[in-house]
Design a protein around this ligand. Structure first.
Ligand code: 5GP
Length: 221
């Protein structure tokens, strides 16, 4: 079946979605008590990522792509998405070469967004000039980060820019546009795992989970 980003707007988790009971899955012992539920199990993330990779490959008219991984929260999604893009494209005549670049952004303290958005290197993104670029981000909340990043990226005059976001939050004050490729649309809850952190904790958790009140207190700075 051929799908396009226009018809595939992501798997929607409703506000009432309670997540899975923690006892139904395994997760690191050091996080026992720090999580409320398993919101999206790792296997589901992987299946969805494969699907997004197919959309990316179907949409790309070039066999060269620069993937811009947004650190740190996007690193797992980016690594898995690139693997899937390679696997999918190498099974078609569209044998794609994927170059991966990294950009680091920071705007959160505890579970709150701050006005202070830092783009931390690289200063020079001239490798994207004239190229097809896919920005890969773990989570889009208000869209502020993505809006600022897109503005920065476009100054290097890429041929085309698309955005893949594993998670998009359903929030009232959306600033930017939705990513072209969306894994899951989730309620406005603070989630961790699969590289998404709370003050640098939980990146080593494979599932996406909701942090418990105990977890928030324990790792607060
Ligand atoms: P935005 O600028 O779209 O409001 O926020 C995007 C950034 O906020 C993400 O790159 C991520 O760093 C952080 N963020 C937003 N919501 C969450 C969340 O639920 N969990 C985690 N770990 N980070 C989040």
């Amino acid at each position: 079946m051929i799908r396009s980003p226009k018809t595939d707007q992501g798997i929607v988790l409703e506000d009432e979605w309670p997540g899975y009971d923690l006892n139904l899955f395994t997760y690191p012992e050091h996080y026992h008590g720090d999580l409320e539920n398993i919101y999206i199990p790792h296997g589901v993330i992987m299946d969805r990522t494969e699907c997004l990779a197919r959309l990316v490959v179907d949409d790309t008219d070039d066999n060269y792509m620069v993937v811009l991984c947004v650190l740190k929260g996007g690193y797992k999604f980016c690594a898995d998405l690139v693997e899937c893009i390679k696997a999918v494209s190498h099974n078609t005549p569209k044998h794609m070469t994927v170059r991966v670049e990294f950009i680091r952004l920071k705007s959160y303290l505890n579970d709150q967004s701050t006005e202070d958005l830092h783009i931390i290197g690289p200063e020079d993104l001239s490798v994207i000039t004239g190229k097809n670029v896919l920005i890969v981000e773990g989570i889009v909340d208000t869209g502020k980060t993505m809006k600022a990043l897109l503005k920065h990226v476009k100054t290097f005059q890429p041929k085309m820019v698309k955005v893949a976001g594993l998670l998009v939050k359903r929030v009232p004050n959306v600033v930017g546009t939705l990513p072209d490729y969306v894994g899951f649309v989730i309620p406005n809850r603070f989630v961790v795992g699969y590289a998404l952190d709370y003050n640098e904790y939980f990146r080593d958790l494979n599932h996406i989970c909701v942090i418990s009140d105990q977890g928030k207190v324990k790792y607060k700075i």
